[in-house]
Design a protein around this ligand. Structure first.
Ligand code: LMR
Length: 398
């Protein structure tokens, strides 16, 4: 019956993480998957999240199906977080938000919606992007292309080429943009660059699709939402999928949302209705537990304050690791410029290592990173950063 089914090639990120778990070497270092580890190399249980969960459990009660679109308190807390309290787009009810199964679930619901209602549109993703973006949009039946983004010459952004490419796209093209902490490169647009890009998105009538998986890991919770608020203020219609996996360390709870900013409340109601239809025929409705933890953290003032402080400490730790990695590498490989480790933001950095060098790092030194040369900086800690830099210097021939 199933002989004709080809074997799954594996996922470039998740399979690597599984290989790491199986590696018996005691000094192995995992810089593969985008998970925040603390300085002891553990996935943290954030205190604010633990207390919120205790509140949710103490409330108890039955567990009915949530509405298709998710819990009302979760959805409104997400809107406040993304747009800021009392943003005009929210108060005029022109944002349609659903609770989703992680931001991946939201991305896919949005992709299915776009494939159905914009069948002539194609998708444009940054070169490079998160490996799963292409799979998801292609899985929805959309054609996926790339626009220029990362500049290997200097570890920065090809902004002029990016803007020129977007300017040349047909109207209603779908443009996937990383709101902050670009995955996999760590290279973000500056505020000035967003401000220069927004008129292009608006005038060319493009459909921006923002991915916000790392809010708070770049420059701060508010700062990282800059593009969301600027696009909404410019009255651009756009999609945004956001995640709490990393920012609340609740990966397996699958907590995310999809919001669509529309021209007016009437259109937002139409969009919400069809997103509900998409959800209903996929998984019917989202789970309760994780979403209620997230909503409690976001809406209880004390928990909210503590969460922001804890997330700030995570952000600072990543920055400290960037500085340490840069310091050792700059000393060991003096002929090479590693300043991009300091300018890139968020969990990821593109190291510039070739796939052969990445393989050598894994095989000889037990350091795991994605074959594109991406490292998860949040996998570094005081106990392994020096060893990582020494191993990297070795494969670079220093
Ligand atoms: C990553 O890029 O490593 C994370 O977003 C985890 C994933 O699902 O790929």
């Amino acid at each position: 019956m199933f002989e004709h089914i080809p074997p799954f090639a594996g996922d470039p990120i998740l399979s690597l993480n599984e290989d790491f778990q199986k590696d018996p070497r005691p000094n192995k270092i995992n810089l593969s998957i985008g998970i925040y580890f603390d300085d002891a190399g553990r996935i943290p249980v954030m205190d604010s999240v633990k207390r919120a969960e205790a509140i949710v459990v103490a409330k108890g009660g039955p567990k009915p199906y949530l509405p298709i679109e998710g819990a009302a308190n979760f959805r409104s807390a997400v809107q406040d977080l993304l747009f800021g309290a009392d943003h005009e787009a929210v108060t005029s009810e022109r944002v349609a938000t659903i609770q989703s199964v992680g931001s991946s679930g939201g991305l896919k619901v949005g992709a299915d919606f776009l494939a159905r209602y914009f069948p002539g549109s194609q998708v444009w993703v940054s070169d490079p992007t998160w490996d799963n973006h292409r799979s998801m949009f292609e899985g929805a039946g959309l054609t996926v292309n790339t626009y220029p983004y990362y500049d290997p010459a200097n570890g920065g952004l090809k902004f002029d080429a990016m803007r020129a490419a977007l300017r040349g796209l047909p109207a209603k093209s779908i443009v996937l943009l990383h709101t902050c902490c670009h995955n996999p490169t760590g290279v973000d647009l500056t505020r000035a660059q967003w401000e220069a890009l927004i008129p292009v998105l608006r005038e060319r009538e493009l459909i921006p699709y923002l991915d916000l998986a790392y809010q708070g890991f770049g420059d701060g919770i508010q700062q990282d939402a800059f593009a969301v608020r600027a696009l909404a203020a410019a009255r651009v219609s756009f999609f945004i999928a956001n995640s709490f996996s990393k920012s609340m360390s609740v990966y397996g709870e699958r907590c995310g949302a999809l919001s669509v900013v529309c021209p007016d409340a009437r259109q937002a109601a139409l969009v919400l209705g069809q997103m509900k239809f998409t959800v209903r025929r996929n998984y019917s409705s989202p789970p309760i537990h994780g979403g209620q933890i997230v909503a409690t953290v976001l809406t209880e003032p004390e928990l909210r304050r503590d969460w922001e402080r804890e997330l700030g400490a995570m952000r600072e730790r990543i920055l400290a690791m960037r500085r340490q990695l840069h310091g050792v590498l700059a000393a060991k490989v003096p002929g090479r410029n590693f300043d991009y480790f300091l300018t890139q933001r968020g969990m990821f950095s593109y190291t510039g290592l070739t796939s052969a060098q990445v393989d050598a790092l894994r095989e000889t030194h037990g350091v795991y990173m994605v074959r594109s040369g991406r490292i998860c900086v949040a996998g570094l800690n005081n106990a392994n950063v020096e060893a990582t830099a020494v191993a990297m210097a070795a494969v670079l021939g220093a």
